[in-house]
Design a protein around this ligand. Structure first.
Ligand code: SF4
Ligand code: SF4
Length: 351
């Protein structure tokens, strides 16, 4: 295992970190499937990762990740609190709610979280998160009180992560990316503002999809070639822990065109790397639609279709009436976005 500096925090974390979604129990709709081991097994899994060099474990408040936060707290006590770094998170965006959430997490864990993230910040919650007396102010206050050591923002959106990168109150960022969805990582690599922050990368396996098509070493090496601190991987079995923690360094990184060529054997994919440069004046999240379409064909059929079905009709109708087509201005892949959206609508209708 190799280690990297977590931005300016002074912490050194393992390149591979342990995501606790697969060890949760409870009725949680985080992902379509998870492993749900009991407490003893969950602790054994985390211990095995620790023995293989992992020192960073990420979770979220109960019940967002079921009881994973409690299991992680038990593991911390068992292995020795000072031997590991813990991050937790909650989807609260105003200061009061976030303040209460961190105290609740403290009780669940039985200890402090080194890093606490405002979770899944999106365009609707962005302003309340960043404004005065918002969630970041609350985390800053909790840091002063010694209830957490560092503050964080977790988001799937590049612009929000960039805002966090430029905000002196924020210490660590958590975002998503992988071999296929690497557009945001390419942008982060070029943007100086990210250099002083720790960066935790989740969705390295794209919700478990990519290991069907690429070996684990390739998936991990590709993301570690970017300027991130640690690849956060959800782990639920001993075999998964071993594969992730014992990855071999391979110098050959897979170009995007080769990734697409391999996937094209299964279906005609949309050539989108989720760089998020396409701006829709009506707020259509184009990169999310394209992801669901690709994910459908990569094995997440029911889940992806259900999500697409929520708003594809509206999105496609808006495109039909749209005269500005601002989305087309900056797409580096020259995707005919409105045409693809119509195709997705037809596809959803057929299925
Ligand atoms: S064409 Fe569609 S996606 Fe593009 S800007 Fe117009 S409404 Fe938005
Ligand atoms: S459609 Fe184009 S601009 Fe939008 S996320 Fe995909 S590659 Fe980037």
């Amino acid at each position: 295992m190799k280690y990297r500096e977590l931005g300016n925090t002074g912490l050194t974390v393992s390149e591979i970190s342990f995501g606790t979604i697969p060890i949760l129990s409870g009725n949680v709709k985080v992902l379509p499937e998870y492993f749900s081991p009991g407490e003893d097994m969950a602790i054994k899994l985390m211990e095995y990762a620790y023995k293989l060099g992992c020192n960073f474990y990420d979770t979220a408040i109960v019940p967002e990740y079921g009881d994973a936060e409690i299991k992680l707290g038990k593991f911390a006590e068992y292995i020795g609190r000072k031997n590991i770094i813990i991050s937790s998170k909650a989807r609260f965006f105003n200061g009061n709610d976030m303040y209460r959430a961190v105290n609740e997490s403290y009780n669940n864990l039985g200890t402090y979280a080194d890093i606490y993230f405002v979770h899944q910040v999106n365009s609707e919650s962005e302003d309340s998160t960043f404004e005065k007396y918002g969630a970041i102010d609350a985390l800053t206050q909790l840091k002063k009180e010694g209830k957490i050591l560092f503050t964080g923002i977790a988001s799937h959106y590049y612009d929000i992560l960039l805002r966090g990168a430029k905000d002196s109150r924020v210490d660590v960022l958590q975002g998503s990316g992988n071999l296929l969805e690497r557009g945001m990582l390419n942008r982060i690599n070029k943007e100086q503002a990210f250099r002083n922050k720790g960066f935790v990368l989740n969705k390295v396996y794209a919700a478990g999809i990519l290991p069907e098509f690429f070996d684990i070493h390739t998936l991990i090496n590709n993301v570690l070639s970017y300027s991130i601190t640690t690849a956060l991987i959800g782990l639920g079995t001993m075999e998964q822990v071993k594969q992730a923690m014992c990855y071999e360094t391979c110098p050959e990184l897979l170009p995007f065109s080769q990734v697409m060529a391999r996937l094209e054997k299964s279906f005609t994919s949309i050539n989108c790397d989720r760089c998020q440069r396409c701006y829709c004046i009506y707020g259509t999240e184009i990169h999310v639609l394209f992801r669901q379409y690709n994910y459908y064909h990569l094995g997440k059929d029911y889940w992806a279709l259900r999500k697409l079905n929520l708003n594809i009709e509206e999105c496609a109708d808006r495109c039909k009436q749209c005269t500005d087509m601002t989305c087309m201005n900056d797409c580096p892949k020259d995707i005919n976005i409105p045409k693809k959206i119509q195709e997705i609508r037809d596809f959803v209708k057929r299925h």
